[in-house]
Design a protein around this ligand. Structure first.
Ligand SMILES: Cc1cc2nc3c(=O)[nH]c(=O)nc-3n(C[C@H](O)[C@H](O)[C@H](O)COP(=O)(O)OP(=O)(O)OC[C@H]3O[C@@H](n4cnc5c(N)ncnc54)[C@H](O)[C@@H]3O)c2cc1C
Ligand code: SF4
Ligand code: SF4
Length: 947
């Protein structure tokens, strides 16, 4: 067999390589420290290879220089976008060329329906932008929240809606490709005989050679062309041959799916489609698997845009009760129908679909949804399926090694039956799901690859299943995920030696020095090489879903500054606080990763665990003083009285400069920036203003208000509003003695001090039936006390308290009293909601929105990115003001786009951050304040004085 091996002249030391690269690009764009190399050693596959260095390219020039350097020195170069591929194609031993900073949409043509985009843009971000013009990019991998265009192009990605829109290869006009020859190519379709085609052939020897190969082997290509509806295995010489028969040199077809082995893309012109006007999603639970196969051809007659299946094992593994799936469902089908222009009666189509399905025994009635939010719910389990499987067993993990086969759609039940028997006979749990309309099945057995028996099952299954797919089903071993490292070994078996030889020749023409992603697609290395046995015993699926919500990754676009990267770094055997302090201290502890993770991993907690090993000394001093509640309160009262003096611009500038030498012990970038819109400190604090609510000896109410630090010390009206709202709902709360809930204390590594305060809170709130909170972070922290005391004597008390905690919005939602409301002059007409991360993590998302939606005279508008961190995160504004301002910029744009005059939220840090980052014309208030304004307006209307 012919192997395309790189001629590698590796520098002895990665440092030498790093120095070279720093001369080529800016210093800040090159990273070769241990945390970076650890973070980039993985993608979403089963493999691990540590690179020597990472380059964060920002221009075509950067790509060109790096590629030239790699070719001259014989250093492997692996292009990488989001690193969500499942095949090991975005990791490599040399330099990783990360395109994430090339993330702009360069042009959108609404009329002609195309866009020019850079490879680092995330699919979901692109579609969010296009939605404003009623457009979208058709191919929709389930990883669309996190994967980027560069990876989609290089993998020829597809997804549930490929049934309607095709794969990526069917939706691209042009690619800008940097070739290893140093030339740039506009890879579009050229008419044969056109002078432009002649120029391309004469300018690029590799194109000329490949074109000659295709012309000389048209019969072979026709004979070997996969006869199934999807294929991403090998190079798509079939696409070139098909173009040739129509008089075109269709170059995008060659590069799409080439997995970074033929060149690096800097830009693509993609075709867009209109967003359907309305869509119906249906969930159908079949009692017998074979009926699904029979129903599919009939359902296809209704022109569905998506047709997805999950088999019985998959339903068991993801938890039937969690997703409302009947116990006797043998397979669940997810179908979608579109109405593009109002000409399709979706209800009638839904009825026809249900009629087809009712010919077979169903486990329950067909569930239909038209509303986008409900439809999203139906898709949720399917989209997060693979990482969700990580929850199943601490040892047995879903292993992608036969994950992407394609058979004729009508034979999908037969394939599933075969696979269930294959794995069933070995007692191996397996999830089988996928795009049934295309006959594309994702097969994910759960194995402990560190166990010899399971390892053997994997190797045997790899060969036996792929062979069966080829011989018995006439299928393909790869529909959409790419060959990568996992299928490269089997590409020759799929196409035979003659055609494989053509692939090798193509690879050599484009990459004679073998530096472009060696080991991927064209390689004779066994698929078991580079398996990451250590990682496959950990809890993270490396799916990168958390990166998509991590505000730090959003700013730095570098894997070492991301949630997934941090998981790798803090769980690595070579981790030490000293070598990783830079990254461990960069997390905001916003908890967005925890909310997003389908596998149940809490990266923020792992980081807090590491910080707890090195508590910050200065923060310790501050928090110990803070813990002396009376003294601290007295100190803040003095500061409050002096605020008119120190809170003037000149003084604030002075404080900004003078605070740095001290605050550097908190963090090198810490300061008290002059720009922060500091709230007014209260000289009469909440507990003084409401002294009659502070129980002297015994409790007086069944409801307590946990006001936290901010509501007590700030004179911002939030605490008063919460108490007043409670009163309107017939409750006079107690304000029992309380300490800081603990969030900021734990953030600086002082877990024991946080526990000390938490113990006091447990005692103080023990007897109350309900503990109301107004602050997002306090809500989450109190609900998290059981984790703080896991395995300790306080755990049971912590669980009791956690169950009793109600955010004020939840309290209002559950209250039987409905006080009258009226439009309030103090509440502007258009209101949007910023969903604080900690409140989301505490599970409170709907109630604040329901309140805002119910306000009379107010138009509630959902802003884009409402669920994204605003960058305040406790004291992060002080710790790293510059990064926090880069984070809030996205929020500023979202608020502007929403057109709202008021942003309602629930967290004091978010309120400070929003007041600092938003234009002064936009008001920021707590949800309770806005609600109270409307209650009081109604009372004024009725002539009743507001209390
Ligand atoms: C939970 C989950 C669900 C998934 N579902 C699907 C699915 O439904 N359908 C599907 O097709 N895939 C799916 N995938 C696989 C993967 O997400 C897709 O293939 C995705 O398109 C890869 O994009 P990426 O940005 O992560 O690329 P990466 O993983 O970074 O890279 C993929 C390949 O592209 C190359 N590459 C990246 N950028 C460039 C560039 N600028 N120039 C040249 N080469 C480049 C890399 O070298 C690599 O070979 C899923 C993955 C996960 C984790
Ligand atoms: S922590 Fe969770 S979301 Fe993040 S990569 Fe791991 S499994 Fe995926
Ligand atoms: S807590 Fe926030 S900043 Fe930290 S890793 Fe998670 S998402 Fe990123």
């Amino acid at each position: 067999m012919v192997e395309c091996r790189p001629m590698l002249v590796m520098p002895d030391m990665s440092r030498a390589l790093g120095s070279d690269l720093r001369r080529l690009l800016r210093e800040e764009q090159i990273k070769d420290d241990l945390p970076t190399r650890t973070a980039y050693a993985v993608d979403a596959s089963i493999y691990r290879i540590e690179p020597r260095a990472v380059a964060l390219v920002e221009s075509e020039d950067d790509i060109h220089r790096l590629l030239r350097y790699a070719v001259e020195r014989g250093i492997p170069l692996t292009a990488r976008a989001a690193g969500t591929n499942l095949t090991g194609s975005a990791i490599g031993s040399g330099v990783i060329l990360d395109v994430s900073r090339l993330h702009r949409i360069l042009e959108v043509n609404r009329e002609e329906q195309w866009a020019r985009v850079q490879p680092g843009i995330v699919l979901a971000e692109l579609n969010k932008h296009l939605a404003r013009q009623g457009l979208m990019f058709g191919p929709d991998p389930s990883s669309g929240d996190m994967c980027k265009l560069g990876g989609m192009l290089a993998n020829n990605s597809a997804g549930p809606h490929t049934l309607r829109y095709g794969a990526v290869k069917d939706n691209v006009e042009n690619l800008r490709v940097c070739l290893s020859s140093g030339a740039w190519l506009n890879a579009r379709a050229y008419a044969v005989g056109d002078p432009a085609a002649a120029a391309v052939l004469s300018d690029h020897a590799a194109i000329n050679e490949t074109w000659s190969l295709v012309r000389g082997h048209a019969d072979l290509l026709e004979q070997k062309r996969p006869r199934v509806s999807k294929n991403s295995c090998g190079y798509n010489l079939f696409g070139l041959a098909e173009g040739m028969s129509q008089g075109r040199i269709d170059l995008p077809k060659l590069f799409i799916g080439s997995e970074g082995t033929l060149g690096v893309f800097s830009e693509a012109t993609i075709r867009l489609v209109d967003r359907p006007r309305a869509t119906l999603t249906a969930l159908i639970h079949f009692k017998r698997l074979e009926d699904v196969g029979e129903a599919v051809p009939q359902l296809l007659e209704l022109s569905p845009s998506a047709l997805e299946v999950m088999d019985a094992n998959t339903l068991d593994l993801i938890g039937r009760s969690r997703h409302g799936i009947p116990a006797d469902s043998a397979a669940t089908l997810l179908a979608e129908l579109d109405d593009d222009d109002g000409s399709v009666d979706l209800h009638e189509r839904a009825e026809r679909m249900a009629a087809v399905c009712r010919r077979y025994p169903l486990a329950s009635a067909v569930v239909t949804a038209y509303d986008p939010e409900q439809r999203e719910q139906l898709w949720k389990a399917r989209k997060a399926l693979y990482p969700t499987l990580y929850r199943f067993d601490p040892r047995k993990k879903p292993i992608n090694f036969v994950d992407d086969v394609v058979v004729p759609a009508v034979r999908i039940s037969e394939l599933i039956r075969y696979l269930e028997e294959f794995f069933g006979s070995q007692r191996v749990p397996v999830a089988i799901f996928g795009h049934i309309g295309n006959g594309n099945a994702h097969i994910v057995p759960l194995l402990d690859v560190n166990d010899e028996r399971d390892y053997d099952t994997m190797v045997r299954g790899y060969h036996e299943i792929h062979r069966t797919v080829l011989d018995r089903f006439g299928g393909s071993i790869c529909g959409e995920h790419g060959d990568g490292r996992v299928r490269a070994e089997y590409v020759p078996a799929m196409f035979g030696p003659e055609l494989y030889d053509l692939f090798v020749k193509v690879k050599r023409s484009f990459d004679p020095s073998g530096v472009l992603n060696p080991g991927v697609k064209i390689s004779d290395r066994p698929f078991t090489e580079h398996i990451d046995y250590t990682r496959l015993s950990k809890s993270c699926a490396t799916c990168a879903k958390c990166n998509a919500v991590c505000p730090v990754y959003d700013v730095f676009r570098s894997e070492d500054m991301s949630s997934r990267g941090w998981f790798e770094i803090v769980t690595d055997k070579n981790y030490s606080y000293l070598n990783s302090k830079r990254v461990v201290e960069a997390c905001l502890n916003c908890k967005s990763c925890r909310t997003a993770c389908p596998a149940g991993v809490d990266v923020s907690q792992l980081i807090l665990d590491r910080r707890a090993e090195h508590p910050n000394a200065l923060a310790g001093l501050i928090f110990r003083f803070h813990a002396q509640t009376k003294r601290f309160a007295a100190f803040l009262k003095i500061l409050a009285r002096l605020q008119p003096v120190w809170d003037r611009p000149v003084m604030r500038r002075l404080i900004d400069v003078m605070s740095r030498p001290l605050l550097k012990y908190l963090s090198p970038s810490a300061r008290l920036p002059v720009q922060i819109a500091l709230p007014k400190l209260a000289s009469r604090q909440l507990r003084d203003r409401h002294a009659h609510l502070v129980p002297s000896a015994s409790q007086r109410s069944t409801v307590a208000y946990f006001h936290g630090c901010a509501a007590n010390y700030f004179d911002d009206g939030v605490g008063d509003a919460v108490i007043a709202v409670l009163r309107k709902h017939g409750v006079v709360p107690d304000l029992p003695p309380q300490r800081c809930s603990g969030t900021p204390i734990e953030t600086y590594g002082h877990r024991e001090l946080a526990k000390e305060g938490a113990r006091e809170n447990l005692r103080s709130f023990k007897a109350y039936d309900t503990v109301v909170t107004g602050c997002a972070s306090c809500t989450l922290m109190l609900r998290d006390y059981p984790k703080l005391f896991a395995g300790e004597p306080e755990e049971a008390a912590a669980e009791t308290l956690a169950r009793r905690v109600r955010h004020i919005s939840e309290f209002v939602a559950q209250s039987s009293i409905r006080p009258p409301m009226a439009p309030a002059a103090s509440v502007p007409r258009t209101v949007t909601y910023h969903s604080s991360c900690h409140l989301r993590a505490a599970g409170v998302t709907k109630e604040p929105r329901a309140i805002l939606n119910s306000l009379p005279g107010v138009r509630f508008t959902e802003m884009p990115d409402a669920d994204r961190c605003a960058g305040g995160a406790g004291t992060y504004l002080v710790k790293d003001f510059e990064t926090s301002q880069q984070i809030v910029e996205r929020k500023r744009q979202a608020v502007e786009h929403s057109g709202a005059d008021l942003v309602a939220t629930s967290c004091p840090a978010c309120m400070i951050q929003l007041k600092t980052g938003l234009p002064p014309a936009v008001e920021v208030k707590h949800v309770a304040q806005v609600l109270l304004d409307c209650y009081e307006a109604a009372e004024r209307q009725d002539g009743e004085p507001a209390p």
